[in-house]
Design a protein around this ligand. Structure first.
Ligand SMILES: Cc1cc2nc3c(=O)[nH]c(=O)nc-3n(C[C@H](O)[C@H](O)[C@H](O)COP(=O)(O)OP(=O)(O)OC[C@H]3O[C@@H](n4cnc5c(N)ncnc54)[C@H](O)[C@@H]3O)c2cc1C
Length: 481
């Protein structure tokens, strides 16, 4: 991973002064020390530098700043909580860009309970969106490990997934309307709160998942759902991914859409959490090769799903799908199980580098993919270790090979391209995706260009050039022009 994709002239001092004047006191940061944290990634794997970060408070302010950038052809990196994992929210190292942060645009504009919608500004932290929804007896189901610091604008721009996609879909399914400042500085008001609207191309979908390359999202209408009043959670030990896929199918046939979470975890990642994260404990005594963390939720009195849940798991055990299970006896214990899952990214970070993949294949193909990938990597790197975990209920796995015994992690990192090719060829062979939820950014840029057809790349370039002819919006990310 490097920053070589962009070598452009630093932003001119006269432009910086113009942007500062437009932003006003308190509307920018220009101290190099203070800018450092905004210019590097959560994992410390991407580091850049900018002369200026702008902090507008309103859509009109964003539009005014973008207009200056458009006029002067100054590149912009839109930024939310800066928790993205693909190098898309950090600048390049050449001082040729400015960051526009949406963190001060953090109001909830409206909650329409009867319409089950909420209109928010992009800087609202995801956890706050969830809390406001719950205050209105509604659920905003997007949930992921970074929810205490990521912002809804970033979630929209990465089309974030998380743990509830199985039941509620990803962010694309949760956003009904958007307001966007285009690279020209014009404002597109697409803040519709409709479930039905067939009036031509659905333009919002261009901006969802665009990783800030087509415009800056300045507001969104989000879908809300009934707040479940009964929830059951279990930590399940089993022998193989085959058993996990069979269990998922079995649970769905018994429990229908009440199955709201289904995460597959390899023993190796459970060990990492226990080793690196304080105050964690193994939910089940003994060691098993694989685990499933599952949750069901619905309406009714607390505990009303308990019997159905334990009966279903009991039947699954009789059918030979489950070796052991711990059903959470309280909400608190359920949270402890989820904490084990949520800390997996942090535990991996503390353990040191691995070669990370965020892939999806059809759920039915997961066992075959995992077996083939492990065999191919073992053949290339005898003794290789693999850490697998993910939202397997929707086919998404974080598949992270770690240095074989005898290699340093750093030396193994040098094999990244070769390892990526082994894993991604298999993924694509199963008609899967090389980036299921984190996006492309810079991390997957070359891989994306490699696997997409010429026709698709041509369409993507046409869209980018039409909306951003001077390539000022997050250049060098997602697509090579
Ligand atoms: C511990 C941890 C766990 C995670 N778990 C998951 C997970 O389960 N599922 C998942 O999908 N992701 C996950 N992520 C990745 C990340 O949290 C998400 O991608 C999140 O949606 C990013 O939000 P953010 O506000 O931090 O965006 P940023 O990192 O600031 O930006 C992400 C991208 O969006 C663009 N952007 C930000 N705001 C705007 C805007 N207003 N308009 C236009 N473009 C904008 C940026 O330019 C960048 O390209 C995880 C990350 C961490 C650190």
């Amino acid at each position: 991973m490097s920053n070589e994709l962009r070598v452009a002239a630093p932003v001119e001092v006269s432009v910086i002064e113009r942007l500062k004047a437009a932003a006003g006191p308190g509307g920018y940061i220009d101290d190099p020390k203070d800018l450092e944290g905004y210019s590097k990634s959560w994992r410390d794997d991407w580091k850049g530098a900018v002369p200026l970060l702008l902090r507008p408070k309103t859509t009109a302010e964003v539009a005014a700043l973008v207009k200056i950038c458009a006029e002067t052809k100054t590149a912009i990196v839109p930024q939310g909580g800066n928790t993205g994992l693909t190098g898309a929210s950090q600048p390049h190292a050449d001082m040729s860009e400015v960051i526009i942060s949406t963190s001060r645009m953090n109001s909830v504009r409206e909650v329409d309970v009867a319409n089950d919608t909420m209109t928010v500004e992009p800087g609202v932290i995801l956890q706050e969106v969830q809390r406001v929804a719950a205050d209105h007896d509604r659920l905003f189901p997007l949930s992921l490990g970074a929810e205490g610091s990521c912002q809804i604008g970033g979630n929209i721009s990465t089309n974030a997934g998380g743990t509830q996609v199985l039941r509620y879909g990803n962010t694309r399914a949760l956003a009904l309307g958007l307001e966007v400042v285009l690279p020209s500085g014009e404002i597109w008001n697409g803040l519709r709160s409709l479930r039905k609207d067939n009036t031509g191309y659905d333009l919002k979908h261009l901006f969802i998942g665009a990783e800030g390359t087509l415009g800056i999202v300045t507001a969104a209408v989000l879908r809300l759902f009934p707040l479940p009043s009964a929830t059951e959670t279990a930590w399940i030990a089993l022998q193989s991914p085959e058993k996990a896929v069979e269990l998922l199918s079995f649970m769905k046939s018994k429990l229908g859409e009440q199955v709201s979470g289904f995460e597959l975890l390899q023993r190796s990642v459970v060990d990492l959490v226990l080793e690196h994260i304080p105050d964690t404990e193994d939910p089940i005594n003994g060691r098993y090769p694989w685990y499933v963390l599952t949750e069901i939720s619905g309406q009714g009195a607390p505990g009303s799903l308990s019997e159905l849940f334990t009966d279903t798991l009991g039947e699954a055990a009789e059918a030979g799908l489950i070796d052991d299970a711990a059903v959470a006896s309280s909400g608190l214990q359920g949270q402890k199980f989820w904490r084990m899952r949520e800390e997996m990214a942090e535990a991996q970070k503390r353990a040191g580098p691995s070669i990370k993949h965020d892939v999806s294949v059809p759920v039915s193909k997961i066992p075959q993919f995992l077996a083939e990938a492990s065999a191919a990597l073992e053949a290339a790197y005898p003794g290789i270790n693999i850490v697998t975990f993910g939202h397997v209920g929707d086919g998404n796995m974080h598949y992270n090979p770690v240095a074989p015994d005898g290699w340093t992690r750093q030396a193994f990192a040098g094999e990244r391209d070769k390892v990526n090719r082994i894993v991604h060829d298999l993924v694509v062979g199963h008609e899967g995706s090389i980036s299921a939820e984190h996006g492309v950014g810079r991390l997957r840029l070359d891989e994306n260009m490699h696997y997409k057809s010429a026709v698709e790349i041509d369409m993507l370039r046409t869209v980018k050039r039409a909306l951003d002819p001077d390539n000022i919006m997050n250049p060098g990310k997602v697509i090579r022009l």
